[in-house]
Write a protein that binds this ligand. Sequence first.
Ligand code: ATP
Length: 744
Amino acid sequence: MQKSITSFFKPKTEGAEVPVTPKKEKSAPKIITKEESPPEAKKPKIKSEDEEDTENIKMETSQDETKVQPKTEPKSPAAKKVTPMQLNSAAPVSQEEEENYDPSMETYHPLKHAYWKAKGVTPYLALARTFQVIEETKGRLKMIDTLSNFFCSVMLVSPEDLLPSVYLSINQLAPAYEGLELGVADTTLMKAICKATGRNLAHIKSQTHLTGDLGIVAEQSRVSQRMMFRPAPLNLRGVFQKLKEVAKISGQSKMTLVYDVFVACRLSEARFFIRSLIGKLRIGIAEQSLLTALALALVKKNHHEECKLNKVGDVYKDEIAETTLLLKTTYCQCPNYDIIIPAILKYDIKELSTRCPMHPGMPLRPMLAQPTKGVHEVLERFGGMHITCEWKYDGERAQIHCNEQGEISIFSRNSENNTAKYPDLIARSKNFIKKPVETYIIDSEIVAWDVERKQILPFQVLSTRKRKNVDIDEIKVQVCVYIFDLLYINGMALVTKPLSERRKLLLEHFQEVEGEWKFATALNTNDMDEVQQFLEESVKGNCEGLMVKTLDEEATYEIAKRSRNWLKLKKDYLSNVGDSLDLVVLGGYRGKGRRTGTFGGFLLACYDAENEEYQSICKIGTGFTDEDLKVHSESLGKSVISGPKSYYRYDSSLEPDAWFEPVQVWEVKCADLSLSPIHRAAIGIVDNERGISLRFPRFIRIRDDKSSENATDAQQVANMYQSQDQVKNNQKICTQMDMESEFY
Ligand code: ATP
């Protein structure tokens, strides 16, 4: 044990070799010193299935091909003024035209520049070039604009490629809740790259260590590869299909499939194909940016004949805002592009929400609550409104669905399918039905349950329950479900109805069953003394505190929102911070003294979804028992990586002894948040130069119900910082001073 833990630490001298890349690489890839060409005998002779259709070109590529094209307007034939005749001609596409495809151009035309229009099938290279241009772009709006130009071309030229384009842009293969994941192991990919390029594994590994990006290494390895025959160009639909196949199979066949596509990759295709497989595209397009780009593309498509694309943003501002809102709202109730994309291509956008309704079996993004720092804040927020307080149970959120076939599905807070984890709940799902129901969606919290003492057990007990392939006869941790909302009943969505009405329907159709199904203990009151007393009772009942909710006014179920209509009031709220943070563990520091042989401290980060990066927020060494440290060292030891990921943002003075994959999320409490010259959390939101860090952070528990991308995000960190009393007071003083100086 001791030995294996010590081996995670790389010697300090070794660390010096690893270039620290605190900033996300946005610039053109660095060219790595060219490796000796592999010996002639080892050079692969690549023959693809499509070889018969392909002109057999004997070619030898050069390193120069990797150089990212300067951002000038391409001089390709497509960029010239063309007649409608030419637009439709099936003239062969020149290599220059393909290589220079640039949807970020000011003069981009969705038809003229869609060089694939004659074939009607989108080349994978067009998407890879789009990603490449986006990766080199700094501003978010420009990135979205570029993606929307590409989507607009696809909508007009090859609409059936829009769905795979969308999935590839967010690196998904299917709706997130179906759980079809890529994330192929680095070694499998490295082996496929070696096989295709004749390079040796050690070289690929060392280059990856240097650049921190197997995608770039793959791209550069492809370039210096000699080929006898050029395989047929890849098309976007085909690559998407192959990725789906890769996700479904395992073992050697996975490697073979990767190899098959990889050998046909040209230029930056290799980079993005490999990054897709790793599970990190690194172009900075997350879900919200994608939806905005789609909305913008729709408006551009509608007006491309009467308006230049780069002017659409100004001329059709209102239409863009409306389309974006409609699309985002629809996505929250129906997070499934397989349904949304055909609908936006076929129907008017105003019909989207009715064409893509919420439906049992498809998870809704849950409504979330705002943290508060005490009962006084509840009073400030809700004033004279009717409110209800519910016990805040400490377990795992569960959205329980029953569809027309009577099939039950259980989804987690992150919309992951947890059905297989709770066969016991499925087996007793009929027990709590009072009045016959065909379909329903309820919102609830599953907690561990002590059957003998008939009481709630702490969250830690629930977390020991097996997650996959749970056999109902072997379940050791029993659970009870506390229901707090009803979102859908018998074909009717209830989310636009007030909580009082939803609650009435809940009590009408369902009943409590001791130790199995319970309604959240609630008290409707506007008396703050009663709220305080109810808070204390909830703690005695083994709960975390209260959820305070509006009942009638502003009381709809706000899908996917961290709403101000739900406030959380935790038992141990710290007078200053109000809530704990869920942070990602990026690295570990060697323990000293009693902690020798394990990690004694860790580097934590929040997640910045906008930039798809983890931003350091604090070092932590408090709150751990010796046993905790052993357990963390052992589990994190399995995630040690040779260097920081390029999407880790930190100051080099914080360099830990070991870096980890971003796999673990920890709940952490702190005394307060302050601006920091070395940490990078929320940098640019509150202050342009400084990030935010935690003072006196303390480990509470592992949040294994949260993925690292669901960690506390940069905006939440900024909000928490700004809501601190001393910051608010300071702001007040500053505003006062501004007013006074204006006066004089
Ligand atoms: P968040 O979900 O706000 O990001 P979190 O996952 O850390 O934060 P908490 O801050 O502890 O969760 O509070 C919200 C969670 O409380 C809900 O997601 C839900 O799982 C749980 N919960 C327990 N009881 C209730 C209740 N009566 N009403 C709503 N949520 C409840």
